[in-house]
Design a protein around this ligand. Structure first.
Ligand code: IPM
Ligand code: MG
Length: 352
């Protein structure tokens, strides 16, 4: 089969991990007889530098017409001025919105050989296999009004946590449908004891739960959820939550897996076109050194094969190769090892 993939390497370690992931995809293409056509474009800080905009209209249009978008990471100290008109992160948010990818799937699995890389006790990590579904195009990130002004002689800043019923329903329905292929349990995370938006969130969770009686639904407040992720993570299966709650909880959950560098994500909307990116950032401190862990991006490309292209066998081949590589003891610096990005990727390709 033939697929068009737009690559957005972005900033920091982004270009290094995307280049290596492309070699994995090319190996898959050769082995299974597919053609992947790559178009590489700028997005984030590099796009501000070149075009004066973190996401140009042309780049967004190209991403919208591609079969899938594979992204490295954006941001860095160079573009961190709080007064700047544009920021790398704005481009990423505009891309998510422009692609309509309202659900961000972040699987968190603990590889048995990596339990010692996590600061948690090994017995807590036994059997951890969580799928966090983060709402991605609404909530606190996008609600209106938003901005700064001066009111009553005081400087003021406003962000709004806003949700429409349909925005909650579509991500909730996806959570329930994905739970059917897993342990048939959904944990809906909110702050319904304080926030009006969370009370609507919970109301819709209950409605969708009633339509899916085969799935167990539980509600957890976000503060409790953050504690239980550390004290009893094996108790969770599918978690569905608001945009910012999901942002925070998935960084926390990455500690379970031993390193942020391990975790992939898939952002999906109504169509087949998805956005795939590791959950980690651009890691400016190690950019250019060739030592970043490529696994989060390589596993994101596996999610792309599965969710956007329907290539389940090929996706599983990548995931199994990563598993086997970790089992064999290959480690980049974030996992306490010595392998470079290229060496780690070569080990994975060897096992494909
Ligand atoms: C993430 C990142 C982004 C987010 C940033 C870079 C805007 O932290 O994908 O989790 O907050 O969504
Ligand atoms: Mg984040």
């Amino acid at each position: 089969m033939n697929f068009n993939i737009t690559l957005l390497p972005g900033d920091g370690i982004g270009p290094e991990i995307i280049a290596e992931t492309v070699t994995v995809l090319e190996t898959i293409a050769g082995k299974y007889g597919h053609t992947f056509n790559f178009t590489e474009l700028l997005m984030g800080g590099c796009s501000i530098d070149k075009y004066g905009s973190s996401l140009t209209d042309e780049t967004l249009a190209d991403c919208q017409s591609a079969d899938a978008v594979l992204l490295g990471a954006v941001g860095g100290p160079k573009w961190d001025d709080p007064k700047a008109k544009d920021r790398p992160e704005r481009g990423l948010l505009a891309l998510r919105k422009g692609l309509g990818v309202f659900a961000n799937l972040r699987p968190v699995k603990v590889h048995p050989a990596l339990v010692d890389s996590s600061p948690l006790k090994p017995e807590k990590l036994q059997g951890v296999d969580i799928l966090v579904i983060r709402e991605l195009t609404g909530g606190l990130y996008f609600g209106w009004p938003k901005g700064r002004d001066v009111k009553d002689g005081r400087e003021r800043a406003v962000d709004t946590l806003e949700y429409y019923d349909y925005e909650i329903r579509r991500v909730m329905e996806l959570a329930f449908s994905l739970a059917k292929g897993r342990k048939k349990k959904v944990t809906s995370v909110d702050k319904a004891n304080v926030l009006e938006s969370s009370r609507l969130w919970r109301q819709i969770a209950v409605q969708v739960g009633a339509e899916n009686p085969d799935i167990e639904l539980e509600h957890t407040l976000v503060d409790t959820a953050s504690m239980r992720l550390i004290t009893g993570p094996a108790w969770m299966d599918v978690i569905v939550t608001e945009n910012m709650f999901g942002d925070i909880l998935t960084d926390e959950a990455s500690v379970l897996a031993g390193s942020m560098g391990m975790l992939p994500s898939a952002s999906l909307g109504a169509g087949k076109n998805g956005l795939y990116e590791p959950i980690h950032g651009s890691a400016p401190d190690i950019a250019g050194k060739g030592i970043a862990n490529p696994i989060g991006t390589i596993l994101s490309s596996a999610m792309m094969l599965r969710h956007s292209f329907g290539l389940e066998t090929e996706a599983a081949a990548i995931e199994n190769a990563v598993d086997a590589t970790i089992t064999a003891g290959a480690r980049t610096a974030d996992l306490g090892g010595m392998l470079t990005t290229k060496q780690m990727t070569a080990e994975i390709i060897n096992k494909l």
